[in-house]
Design a protein around this ligand. Structure first.
Ligand code: FES
Length: 150
């Protein structure tokens, strides 16, 4: 199933090195992340090493290497949010969930991402969980809010 999906994405490309980013974008759109199997497939298709594929993909924060959790937690670390405690919030989420940005909890309940701006800087610090935006977030409120997402 997964194999078919990324093979289908690659089928639209000629196999040039410059195809790497668009192929990775296509795989991420289809699978929700870049799996190890996909990295191997892309490496083989483009005739570049797996570490080159990882190297390029990990340079861009848009790519993730873990399957998304049921709930996607995005902590904003843009300038406005950073100066108003965004880092404290992300530290709290890391401790609470036991994961780092880009990772997913073992029970697949949450994944965590840091983002550059959620577009509502006047309400910083901001955290998004799935499509819900939480403004003027605090550590105490964040803990309670997280628990409401199954
Ligand atoms: S910097 Fe956080 S919403 Fe803009």
């Amino acid at each position: 199933m997964e194999n078919n999906q990324y093979q289908k994405t690659m089928a639209g490309y000629s196999g040039e090195e410059g195809d790497l980013i668009p192929i990775l974008q296509g795989i991420q759109t289809d699978l929700g992340y870049i799996s190890e199997e996909a990295v191997r497939g892309v490496s083989h298709f483009l005739k570049v090493s797996e570490s080159q594929v990882y190297g390029v993909a990990s340079f861009y924060s848009q790519f993730r290497f873990n399957p998304p959790g049921r709930n996607s937690v995005k902590v904003c670390l843009g300038t406005a949010c950073h100066v108003r405690g965004g880092q404290i919030l992300i530290d709290q989420v890391e401790r609470e969930l036991g994961i780092l940005p880009g990772q997913t909890t073992a029970d697949m309940r949450y994944d965590l991402q840091r983002v550059a701006c959620l577009g509502c800087c006047a309400l910083a610090p901001v955290v998004a969980i799935n499509d819900d935006i939480y403004s003027r977030m605090t550590v105490v409120l964040l803990k309670k809010t997280l628990s409401e997402y199954e």
